[in-house]
Design a protein around this ligand. Structure first.
Ligand code: MN
Length: 479
């Protein structure tokens, strides 16, 4: 499991007794937080920073440990911040600064100068915060008493975002084929993606998958079919079309393992050697946390895998989706979001059916796909676009709803949602912000998670929700 290192701060002027108390209090805090965050992250305490040399040694440990996704700091006492400069300059993992105390209440009857010197985070954390600001280091602050629920929730959110950033740095997108011809928003600066987020965008031909699919044995296909029929309802007589998809998933799984890939893209315009466009193969892989972007959309492929990681361990569904069509009934406007095939199985509210239907584009055989109605509940829709000189994340609050009526002739899975604060402002804001038609929808994540990711990665963020007004639209327009 991933871990965070906890580096407390003090100085060597206070004497051994004080430093021993600092270490003991920090050990108690570490044990408490480990109990509360069990299953999410593990926290390990490092030696208290009393000198610049100790800080450097601690940060070396942070930087050299592949399991470590971030660092927590807290100034139990005053800790002159010049001691932190060289250590902090080495750090390139997410940083959480705790602004807390070992004690909840002031001991009014007994407080003396010794107590004040030992418990002066109000003083020491400000000295430390200045150097973080002065060095321009992106970080989060969680303030309050460390045993309070809202404080623990803040640390947990940081842990989940730090784990997602950890995955981001290990993200490798296999692009099978290039971006769909002439499409703008799915393209952008791949080099900048790698520099800012760590995403390696690597090209391979789809023939690699076609070849591996041809090589899949009957036994492997039987095993994959057993997985499908256990999870899904077979609603087609065209079993061979489903077995073909099983071969694609087997091929993709082998390719992913061999090349240490975490996400992939394909493109219906480049299916050389393939009989079908991957449908159920992509849908089933997405439900296992593999990032996917259709039409060569490497950004949404990588971003979806990062956000699925962020949502790990939470209730709700997270995955790729595409904006498709609207119900514009006044006051009851709804969006129907879907894709030509590849809606992640994690969005299913009903047991998915395996169906085979004609696909009008691509010129290939009828592909097998999962068809289902979507999950409901409060959620977010979030995308990432390349503005030329920077990346922009757009995050809209939405409410996923049950589809009002059956759609018996729609051969694809779908979700439906209501925009906030209403259709007119919510969708116009998305348009003004340059939001893509590919996005990630999540009922597990919130705007606060995305905002933390944006801050820690230095990405512009535009949010849309109940606090968005007509006046805000003018701001977008004036950009
Ligand atoms: Mn698309």
């Amino acid at each position: 499991m991933e871990k965070l290192y906890f580096i407390p701060g003090s100085q060597d002027l206070y004497g051994a007794e004080c430093l021993a108390q600092v270490a003991a209090d920090c050990a108690e805090m570490t044990a408490f937080l480990n109990e509360k965050l069990e299953g999410t992250i593990r926290i390990e305490l490092l030696p208290t920073v009393e000198t610049s040399e100790i800080c450097v040694e601690d940060m070396k440990k942070v930087m050299c440990d592949d399991d470590c996704v971030g660092v927590i700091t807290w100034m139990h006492t005053f800790s002159p911040a010049k001691m932190w400069i060289k250590g902090l300059q080495m750090l390139n993992k997410p940083l959480l600064h705790l602004h807390t105390q070992a004690n909840e209440k002031l001991p009014y009857d007994t407080i003396d100068m010794d107590f004040m010197n030992l418990n002066q985070a109000a003083h020491g954390d400000r000295e430390y915060s200045f150097i973080l600001a002065r060095l321009g280091i992106a970080h989060e602050v969680v303030a309050g008493y460390y045993k309070h629920d809202d404080f623990i929730a803040g640390v947990k959110r940081f842990a989940q975002v730090a784990k997602a950033i950890g995955l981001s740095k290990r993200t490798r997108v296999a692009t099978f084929g290039n971006n769909m011809r002439d499409v703008a928003v799915t393209d952008g600066n791949r080099l900048e993606c790698e520099i800012r987020y760590g995403w390696e965008i690597k090209y391979w031909g789809i023939g690699e998958i076609a070849k591996l699919a041809d090589e899949a044995t009957e036994a492997e296909v039987d095993a994959k079919m057993a997985e499908y029929t256990e999870k899904y309802t077979m609603a087609t007589d065209n079993i061979e079309a489903v077995r073909e998809q099983a071969r694609y998933e087997i091929a993709l799984e082998k390719f992913i393992a061999k090349n240490k890939v975490t996400a992939f893209t394909d493109n219906f315009q480049d299916l050389f050697g393939m009989k079908q466009l991957p449908g159920i193969a992509a849908q089933n892989l997405m439900a296992k946390g593999v990032g996917f972007g259709p039409e060569g959309d490497y950004k949404i492929s990588a971003f979806s895998s990062v956000l699925m990681k962020m949502a790990e361990g939470r209730e709700g569904a997270t995955g790729f989706i595409e904006d498709y069509t609207y119900d514009l009934t006044p006051g009851a406007e709804l969006e129907l979001a879907s894709h030509m095939l590849e809606v992640p199985a994690s969005f299913a509210a009903t047991k998915p059916e395996i169906q085979v239907h004609h696909l009008g584009i691509g010129g290939k055989a009828d592909p097998a796909r999962l068809v289902f109605d979507g999950v409901t509940g409060d959620g977010i829709q979030v995308t990432l676009v390349d503005m030329g000189d920077h990346f922009r994340i757009i995050c809209a609050d939405i409410e996923l709803v049950k589809q009002p009526l059956p759609m018996p002739n729609l051969p694809v899975a779908r979700i439906m949602y209501r925009h906030k604060p209403n259709f007119k402002i919510g969708t116009a804001a998305w348009c003004y912000a340059g939001g893509a038609h590919h996005s990630v929808v999540s009922t597990a994540l919130t705007r606060d998670d995305i905002a933390m990711f944006a801050r820690l990665t230095g990405t512009e963020l535009i949010t849309i929700g109940d606090d968005t007004t007509e006046a805000d639209l003018q701001k977008f327009f004036m950009r």
